[in-house]
Design a protein around this ligand. Structure first.
Ligand code: CA
Length: 239
């Protein structure tokens, strides 16, 4: 029996007129989506992505159901964009954490498309579990750009994968053990662009998941809040 506690925060930030991020927090399925394509379109794309996962419900899920959810989200965005030309080209990132059955036991499935991130806080250490699907990440991996230059690079926000494309993008998936005492964070790039990892590591531990989610979002807005900020914090209480 897996027991989780979670909390979330989402804000338009200090500059943008609207919040195009969407989030889902169900008892064993958590998703953050960061929409793009202009105000109403971005909101629509991230909302459609989250709705596709909401339909999966909370029954024990499999990796195949999650991958179906990614495909359904991509299809829903493409269909909506075809039906309304003002939404042509809209898309969204997606990062999620789901409790799935892995043989005899339950495990976390971490899945993502784009530059929304998942982090784990365990044994006093912060680990980024996802690798951004961005052009600048490819340049960092190739040794062309230093990681510290990430946010100053002119192509730092150009995604190499997003939902809303044909053919649909491949989601990266990995299984992670469910370990009591560990804390997980899902966030849009409005958090990770404003706060370096050592600042996230300072702010993520302590208090309830809701307090941590709000503390992180508040700090990102204080640091400039140039983009929408969404955080979902999940504690593994028992597994
Ligand atoms: Ca964003």
């Amino acid at each position: 029996m897996v027991t989780l506690e979670w909390g979330s925060a989402t804000t338009a930030g200090a500059v943008r007129p609207a919040n195009e991020d969407s989030l889902l927090a169900l008892p064993s399925l958590f998703v953050v989506a960061d929409g793009m394509g202009g105000h109403a379109a971005g909101e629509c794309a991230s909302g459609l992505a989250v709705a596709s996962f909401e339909r999966l419900g909370t029954a024990p899920l499999t990796m195949y159901e999650i991958l179906d959810g990614v495909r359904a989200a991509n299809d829903a965005i493409l269909t909506a964009a075809r039906e309304d030309p003002t939404r042509a080209g809209m898309g969204t990132t997606l990062v999620g954490l789901a409790v799935v059955r892995d043989g005899e036991r339950d495990a976390w499935l971490v899945f993502h498309v784009g530059d929304s991130r998942a982090y784990r806080w365990a044994d006093g250490r912060l680990d980024q579990l996802t690798t951004d699907h961005t052009e600048v990440q490819e340049l960092i991996d190739a040794g062309v750009v230093e990681p510290e230059q990430r946010h100053r690079h002119p192509r730092s926000h150009i995604l190499t994968r997003a939902l809303g494309t044909d053919p649909g993008p491949q989601a990266d998936c990995q299984l992670v053990p469910l370990v009591p005492g560990e804390r997980f964070l899902l966030c849009s790039d409005g958090l990770s662009t404003e706060l370096p990892d050592d600042r996230i590591a300072d702010l993520l531990p302590g208090g309830t998941p809701t307090e941590a989610a709000e503390r992180l979002a508040d700090a990102a807005v204080e640091a400039g809040g140039h983009d929408n900020v969404t955080t979902v914090v999940i504690d593994v209480v028992s597994a």
